[in-house]
Ligand binder design. Structure first.
Ligand code: PBE
Length: 271
């Protein structure tokens, strides 16, 4: 009996939808392009990171087939046995870097903040540590970030050495309510506070973040996955913002399925 149900769960022809995340995300933009590029006969449904993760959890508990849009770093890969579907057309961002971007004029107006944002650079394991901390110990992201800073003082010191502390200056960072971006933004916010800044965090949609940065309404953001994920937004706004380059390298986005599913490639999905 067990075998029969496993058999069933492996059947990719049962797949009718790909469970996506927030409309307007880079992820949904490239997922839509992949659905078109591979001519898939499935619906790409939008939801949210949290709703996608609870659909994934439920499917795994029931050993049902499911395809989600997901990315690495993410604690989901630690918690479940998951695999990225191969993406031979390379539409989904197999090797992504997360870029730091600031508004024009920041360098002149808040040189220390600019310097820190330019210096900020960490590894996949670091981001995973902050995300997992927040999840497993159920602490708020600021506390998880503070703990990471405590445990990684040398890294933080290398970012801030030679930077002049400030007084009575405010920096506003835009971010999107995704666990990856929440982790990095909270770490940087705390280090800016160490330098003496008042830091305001604006949680917005990705399109709004790009627009606010290009209008100079916020000072910086750490959310753009490139060269693929945020490419549409980046193309639209790149002349009005300053790209400081990657703060993390080797991230990945794609269509992800539980290991028990018997498919390996996007090309195995129904067309
Ligand atoms: N994400 C999470 C975001 C960035 C990180 C992959 C969902 C996106 O670019 O849409």
């Amino acid at each position: 009996q067990e075998e029969a149900s496993v058999e069933e769960s492996n059947d990719a022809t049962e797949i009718e939808e790909i469970v996506g995340i927030e409309p307007g995300s880079g992820t949904m933009d490239i997922a839509q392009k992949a659905v078109e590029g591979y001519d898939l006969g499935v619906d790409l449904t939008s939801s949210s990171e949290a709703a996608m993760l609870s659909d994934l959890k439920r499917a795994i508990e029931d050993k049902e087939p499911i395809v989600v849009t997901l990315w690495q770093p993410h604690w989901a890969f630690k918690e479940y046995d998951l695999k990225f579907l191969n993406d031979p057309k390379e539409t989904l961002g197999e090797s992504e870097n997360i870029h730091t971007m600031v508004r024009k004029g920041l360098k002149d107006e808040h040189a220390s903040a600019y310097q820190l944002l330019d210096n900020f650079h960490w590894e996949i394991e670091d981001m995973n540590e902050v995300m997992s901390k927040a999840r497993e110990d159920d602490v708020d992201p600021r506390e998880a970030a503070a703990e990471w800073i405590e445990n990684n003082r040398d890294d933080v010191d290398s970012w801030i050495e030679d930077i002049e502390p400030v007084e009575d200056e405010t920096i506003e960072l835009a971010y999107v309510n995704w666990e990856t971006e929440t982790a990095s933004t909270n770490v940087v916010a705390l280090v800016l506070e160490e330098l003496g800044y008042d830091v305001e965090l604006a949680m917005v949609d990705m399109g709004i973040a790009f627009q606010a940065l290009s209008d100079g309404e916020v000072d910086g953001m750490l959310i753009a996955w490139l060269p693929v994920g945020a490419a549409s937004y980046y193309e639209e706004y790149k002349d009005e913002i300053v790209d400081l380059g990657p703060n993390l390298e080797g991230a990945q986005q794609g269509f992800v399925v539980p290991e028990y599913m018997d498919i390996d490639s996007i090309e195995d999905l129904p067309t």
